[in-house]
Write a protein that binds this ligand. Structure first.
Ligand SMILES: [Zn+2]
Length: 76
């Protein structure tokens, strides 16, 4: 199965034909909505974003700073 390009553990439900990326529901958004895309007319991601089902990338950028601290458990 093709997985999300950012989350290898999640299924890539949405596919961007322009970028060639598979994305999970969380990641799915048009990465360059201002740039012409020949696939946009039939793009599910674009359609769902307009309908409010998906969050536009521009709004997601606020969350780009991820603080995922991995605490190593050093034994010995
Ligand atoms: Zn993802």
């Amino acid at each position: 199965m093709d997985m999300c390009y950012r989350h290898p553990d999640r299924p890539g439900t949405y596919f961007c034909q322009k970028d060639g990326n598979r994305m999970c529901e969380e990641c799915a958004c048009c990465h360059s909505p201002r740039i012409y895309c020949q696939h946009r007319g039939a793009c599910v991601i674009n359609m769902l974003t307009k309908q409010g089902e998906l969050t536009p990338c521009e709004q997601k950028s606020d969350e780009s700073q991820e603080n995922s601290e991995i605490k190593m458990s050093a034994q010995g």
